[in-house]
Design a protein around this ligand. Structure first.
Ligand code: ZN
Length: 125
């Protein structure tokens, strides 16, 4: 199986509801984002997916979160903006934006890093 990975980042503010600790207060992160794409089939050029296409999809997706207060966004109405939920939502948005010629059985994993030592990943199969 082949696996590609691209990295990007965005900055945003959030706070966690129903949580008692430092993160219940408003604060921000410079989130690092990794998107992994897995699949067995390469196209005619020998690519799983063109990095340029994948990067463009990710940047469009992240622009909706960059320099925003995540709790105020529709995506997080009734859902805490945890690294887990952000990873899940980005995986769904990236999958929806993939070009039609990309096989639907492709695997996507998104990892969100809140700091250099703490992150969460979601595997969208
Ligand atoms: Zn936080």
């Amino acid at each position: 199986m082949y696996e590609l990975v691209i990295k990007s980042s965005f900055s945003a503010a959030h706070h966690l509801r129903n949580y008692h600790g430092k993160c219940e207060k408003l604060h921000g992160h410079n989130y690092d984002v990794e998107v992994y794409v897995q699949g067995n089939k390469l196209d005619k050029t020998g690519m799983l997916i063109d990095f340029t296409i994948l990067k463009s999809i990710l940047e469009k997706t992240l622009s909706g979160y960059d320099h925003k207060y995540l709790n105020e966004l529709k995506d997080f109405r009734g859902k805490n903006p945890t690294a887990e939920n952000i990873a899940y939502l980005i995986s769904q948005k990236v999958r929806k934006k993939l070009p039609e010629q990309i096989p639907m059985d492709i695997g996507i994993k998104v990892c969100i890093w809140e700091s250099s030592r703490t992150g969460a990943c979601y595997y969208a199969v």
